[in-house]
Design a protein around this ligand. Structure first.
Ligand code: DC
Length: 236
């Protein structure tokens, strides 16, 4: 089908700065940004709050969550002043809560379930029905938009990713140890890469950006170059 919108998929490991890059691309081209990880986090928060998921036993009440998913609404609110994005779960701004350790520790387990993935993938595709967008996640170039105009796969060393996540959480006032963050980063990589449903992997036609030693500006420059080569789009 002919489209005159542009879809940019940004996939990669956790804490590689996918969302920073995706947001910068969105601003550069004045297009929409969707954080698909936030949607998995919102479902995880919902399941934890309703006690549908027991993180200690890794037990999910599939039947009740399946029913609930038909009803719950996940959307994004963008502050026009600072372009900051907030996730809304049934209209409630849960942006802060979904970033907390409790959610981070369960989100990969919740993201393994096919019925949850299918529901969220439908919602993700709906965002692209009319508008150009950049979406970051784990399966955007492989499953959600296999026909995306541009696919970027982000990577960085585990050491650097741990440090970034740690600094980010500390900066937000959370009390965590470096070790705890390292374990969370490694565990999530492992679960994301080895799950049966849509595992994290690079699409054959994705271009890798290793930003271990790139500044924010340098990674945007690289991405813009990739986008221009793939689409011929030069306007910012
Ligand atoms: O990008 P993030 O760290 O906020 O994502 C949180 C979790 O959600 C991540 O550990 C795996 C899952 N996820 C996924 O399975 N598929 C996506 N497209 C995005 C995120």
């Amino acid at each position: 089908m002919e489209r005159n919108t542009m879809i940019v998929a940004v996939d990669g490991y956790s804490s590689t700065g996918k969302s920073t890059l995706a947001r910068d691309i969105a601003r550069h081209y004045a297009i929409k940004y969707i954080d698909s990880g936030a949607m998995y986090r919102a479902v995880t928060l919902f399941a934890l709050r309703r006690k549908l998921y027991d993180p200690v036993r890794d037990q999910l009440n599939e039947e009740r969550l399946r029913e609930a998913l038909e009803q719950i609404d996940i959307d994004f609110l963008v502050d026009p002043q600072n372009h900051q994005q907030y996730v809304l779960l049934d209209g409630e701004n849960v942006e802060q809560e979904i970033r907390q350790m409790e959610v981070s520790q369960s989100v990969s387990m919740i993201s393994r379930y096919g019925f949850i993935r299918r529901k969220l993938v439908d919602k993700q595709r709906a965002f692209a029905r009319r508008d150009s967008l950049v979406m970051d996640g784990r399966d955007i170039g492989t499953v959600v938009f296999p026909g995306a105009d541009v696919k970027i796969f982000m990577t960085a060393s585990a050491e650097i990713r741990t440090r970034r996540r740690y600094d980010e959480l500390l900066g937000k006032g959370y009390h965590v140890s470096l070790e705890e963050v390292r374990r969370n980063v490694e565990e999530r990589d492992h679960v994301d890469e080895t799950r049966e449903e849509s595992p994290l992997r690079k699409a054959g036609d994705a271009i890798v950006i290793d930003n271990s030693h790139l500044t924010r500006h340098q990674q945007l420059q690289k991405a813009v170059q990739i986008i221009e080569e793939k689409t011929g789009k030069t306007t910012g």
